[in-house]
Design a protein around this ligand. Structure first.
Ligand SMILES: *Cc1c(COP(=O)(O)O)cnc(C)c1O
Length: 361
């Protein structure tokens, strides 16, 4: 194989040192003679990994003991249902800010379980942008306000957080968690499937105010109640041991790289290289997102026609750029630039884009 640049939208690129460490440790974890895949989740080795992952995530987000980190299975998609199951009681309403397909899915699940209000939506404009502050109309006393911080499919991102006036804010951060500093304490609950920016598929992190987790109805089945995970350090039943292990290594890598602020500076540079290639193409490439809503994680763009888009993806794949086909619901091209992707990959893609435009423009 020649040089491969991994622009996959998810599961996605992992840091090379993490993969190397996994390879080294896989047959024999910490001198136990056992693989991490072969040992009990009640072993002191695994409990240390589990505890370290929670501590690292809190440290990277600047959170203290009033927040809990939970490791749950079922993906971000199960969180679409768990959030309203735990926090949308009868007689209350939950507000949803719609900025793309994932926020629609979250809204749809909540609708099955309780009363939901759409407090902002840019669906009418093809989700090309994030709502402006004056377009957001929260309910007086909602159970919570839900948003999707980065719209993986459309390539838009909340660059300024909405002011929800003290209402509980819940965010799906699956595709941009730990890619930039956030005011974590402003969020009552954050969830993220690990497979984009945090690690492999199989584990979803939930970061929530500890006191809120206690409020969920006791009538919920144990596996669907956040309090079960909080009380047992996410060890109520067998957790996704391998996924949490790789997650913990990835969190260690982020800290070693200088933390979230250092990654954010790098992510800004990476995205700028691709957006500059779009903007310098004289209209050959057209970004889907409006400039002030552009995502630093998923860059979405179109070419003059679908045939050229297919040719672009085909030629790019042959040249070693993997994962660039746009989501089937939007089409075009999508370059996902998660934390583990290097600036070199973005520079190489920008050069490929300029060359393709010269040959086909
Ligand atoms: C990928 C993604 C999801 C779905 O995640 P699963 O873990 O596959 O359920 C949800 N929300 C966002 C923002 C995503 O990017």
């Amino acid at each position: 194989m020649g040089q491969i640049y991994n622009f996959n939208p998810g599961p996605a690129i992992l840091p090379a040192p993490v993969l190397e460490r996994v390879r080294e440790e896989l047959p024999d974890y910490g001198g136990t003679g056992l693989s991490i895949l072969e040992m009990s989740h009640r072993s002191k080795e695994y409990e240390a990994i589990n505890a370290e992952a929670e501590a690292r995530l809190k440290a990277l987000l600047g959170l203290g003991d009033d927040y809990r980190v939970l490791f749950v299975q079922g993906g971000a998609s199960l969180q679409f249902a768990m959030v309203p199951m735990n926090f949308l009681p009868a007689g209350r309403v939950a507000d949803y800010l719609l900025t793309g397909s994932w926020s629609e899915k979250a809204r749809d699940e909540a609708r099955l379980l309780g009363e939901v209000r759409v407090a902002a939506s840019t669906a009418g404009e093809g989700y090309r942008r994030i709502p402006r502050a004056d377009e957001i109309t929260p309910s007086d006393d909602p159970a919570y306000v839900h948003l999707t911080s980065n719209n993986t499919i459309y390539g838009t991102q909340w660059r300024r957080w909405p002011d929800v006036g003290g209402r509980r804010l819940v965010a799906d951060m699956s595709s941009d968690i730990l890619s930039r500093p956030i005011p974590a304490r402003d969020f009552a609950l954050i969830y993220a499937g690990a497979q984009k920016n945090l690690g492999p598929a199989g584990v979803t992190v939930v970061i929530a105010r500890a006191a809120w987790l206690e409020e969920a109805p006791r009538t919920l089945p144990a596996m669907l109640r956040y309090a079960t995970y909080a009380k047992t350090n996410s060890l109520y039943n067998t957790p996704p041991v391998f996924a949490v292990y790789v997650l913990n290594l990835t969190l260690g890598w982020i800290a070693a790289e200088g933390g979230v602020a250092a990654l954010a500076a790098r992510n800004e540079r990476k995205a700028r290289v691709i957006y500059d290639a779009i903007d310098a193409s004289g209209g050959f490439y057209r970004g889907h997102a409006e400039p002030d809503s552009r995502s630093l994680m998923n860059v979405t763009f179109r070419l003059p026609d679908p045939e050229q888009e297919q040719l672009f993806v085909r030629e790019a794949t042959a040249a070693g750029f993997v994962g660039l086909a746009g989501h089937r619901s939007v089409g075009g091209v999508r370059a996902s630039l998660y934390n583990a992707l290097g600036l070199d990959a973005c520079a190489a893609l920008a050069a490929f884009m300029a060359d393709f435009a010269r040959r086909h423009g």
